[in-house]
Write a new protein. Structure first.
Length: 245
C-alpha cells in the first residue's frame, strides 16, 4: 500500500463515495463527514475490497474539529504523506425566494463553503507542500464547485454567495501554491448529479445520461490529480451532454 494518503471532506452516498472509491485504488483514504452514517458504509466497502479507509466525524466549519481530525489521521496513517485533498463539502440548498431567507441561511452557506474551505486548506496545504519532492503525482487540492460558482440564479442567492467565495479562494490558492508544486483545481459541476437523492428528478427531459454520473466526476478528479505539472488545469467544468449552458 502507498505511503501516501488522500483525504476527502464532505462524504456521502454520491460524489464523495465515488471519489473515495477511486482514490482508494491508489491510496489509503480518510473520509470526513459530520454524520458517521455518511461514511461508515463507504469505509466498510473500501476495507472489505482490500483497500484501507478510516472515517472521522468532523465539522468543516470548526477549526478545532478539523485539527482533531488531522491528528487522528496522523495517528492512523503514521509515516504517510498527503497526496491529495478533496473539498466536497457544501451548504446553502434548497433554493427559495430571497425575501424568505434569513441571515442564518447565509451564515450556513458561508460557513460550510468559504470558511470550511479556508480551514481545510490551511490544514492540508502545509502537508501537501511537504509531499512535493517525492509524491507519485503533484500533490493536489481539488475543490468541488457548482453552477452557482459562476452564475447567481434566482432563488439561489445564499448558495451562490458561498460558491462564489469558494471559487475566488481557490483561484488565490492556485496562484500562490501552483508555483510551489501544489496543484489547486476547482471543478464546476454544472448539472444534477445522478445519486440516490435525485433519482426522481426529471431533468433534461429525462434523456439518457442527462444527469452527471458521480463516477464520472471521480474519474475527472483522478485525472486532475495525475496531471503533469507542465499542464495543470486550474478550473474544469463538467456537465451532461444535453445540459444547456
Amino acid at each position: 500500500m502507498s505511503k501516501f494518503y488522500a483525504v476527502i471532506a464532505g462524504v456521502g452516498a454520491g460524489t464523495g463515495r465515488s471519489v473515495a472509491l477511486r482514490f482508494a485504488k491508489a491510496y489509503p483514504v480518510a473520509l470526513l463527514a459530520r454524520n458517521p452514517d455518511n461514511y461508515d458504509p463507504i469505509v466498510a466497502e473500501i476495507n472489505s475490497s482490500g483497500g484501507r479507509a478510516i472515517g472521522i466525524s468532523a465539522d468543516v466549519g470548526d477549526e478545532s474539529s478539523i485539527s482533531s481530525a488531522f491528528s487522528t489521521i496522523a495517528s492512523s496513517f503514521p509515516d504517510h504523506k498527503l497526496a491529495a485533498a478533496i473539498y466536497n463539502a457544501s451548504a446553502g440548498f434548497p433554493p427559495k425566494p430571497f425575501l424568505e431567507h434569513t441571515l442564518s441561511d447565509l451564515d450556513a452557506s458561508l460557513t460550510t463553503n468559504a470558511k470550511g474551505l479556508f480551514i481545510f486548506a490551511q490544514a492540508t496545504l502545509p502537508l501537501l507542500l511537504q509531499s512535493v519532492p517525492d509524491a507519485p503525482h503533484p500533490p493536489t487540492l481539488i475543490i468541488t464547485g457548482a453552477t452557482a460558482s459562476v452564475r447567481g440564479s434566482a432563488r439561489f442567492s445564499t448558495f451562490a454567495a458561498g460558491k462564489f467565495a469558494v471559487r475566488a479562494l481557490g483561484q488565490s490558492l492556485a496562484r500562490e501554491f501552483g508555483p510551489k508544486g501544489v496543484h489547486v483545481a476547482h471543478a464546476i459541476i454544472d448539472g444534477v448529479i445522478d445519486i440516490p437523492r435525485t433519482k426522481h428528478y426529471n431533468v433534461n427531459e429525462g434523456k439518457e445520461d442527462g444527469k452527471i454520473r458521480a463516477d464520472s466526476i471521480a474519474e475527472d478528479y483522478w485525472h486532475l490529480h495525475t496531471q503533469h505539472r507542465s499542464g495543470f488545469t486550474q478550473e474544469l467544468d463538467l456537465r451532461p451532454w444535453v445540459e444547456k449552458f
